[in-house]
Design a protein. Sequence first.
Length: 299
Amino acid sequence: MTALTAVVGALILAGWFAAAWPTTVEAQGYLNRVRAMEDPAVGYSLETFEQMLVLSLVLISLLVTVAGFVTSALLTGHVLTAARAAGGRRTGPGGLWRATRTRLPRAVAAQFLAGLFVLGLLLIAFILTFGIHDNAFLGEDIRDFTFPPELLTVPLGVVLPVVLTGVAVFLGVRFFVAATVAALEDLPAVTALRRSWSLVRGAWFRTAGTALLVVVVTVAGYVLLQYLTDPLGALFPAKLDGNQFEADLVAELVPVGLALLLTPLLTMPVVYPAVAWLTLHLTYRHDSGFPKRDSVPYL
């Protein structure tokens, strides 16, 4: 899975660099022109910035998609291994791969649907927070109104984003085991979300604690790895084919890419077993008829 991630991630980055190359050449030409005119306000043109922003959003979307697939695969493998271990069965690589392969599509679909709800709300909250405060939505003439602008900026730019973030956190906890439940019980995405909602009822704080552990361990692992790999950016020349913009971009992306690639390897021994065993615990706790240690027929 790590090798597949490395290959797919490298192809995505290579495709992004190929698509972004004309824009970076244009950006470098613009910088050279303003420097030649000794313009003190050296910066990138708005058009170039917008083009790079669109390309970056496409890159991030593709990488998040790959990350979601890899996460679903790892979670599926771990929860199936944990279930077999609870049933007293040994798990070989071949059998585990066959079980993971058949249940992976539903786990991916459940994780995608849960992420759509949670990340969608967080994205709306982010857009409102910065859009309202920067007058991107209300316009520069907001102070021409007869009432104080805080009557709009506070509810829309502060209160609503806080409420949306709270709802996103609540849904994130309620849907936290959707992917593992989909893999464990071979459920469709919508059914897995309903099942996760039902399982977490009465165990919200236990689930939230596990989710917090996952977030803390993952973020700490990523920060540590980026700190360790950051000196690798200095190995690249000051300019790539005379394009300073491209050189700076490569120097920044290499440590980030390596950190993202290595983070699952560093955090997997803690994160994925915790989620797998939480899923089994919630399932045994909720459903008295669920197979116990003596029999695991669903695997």
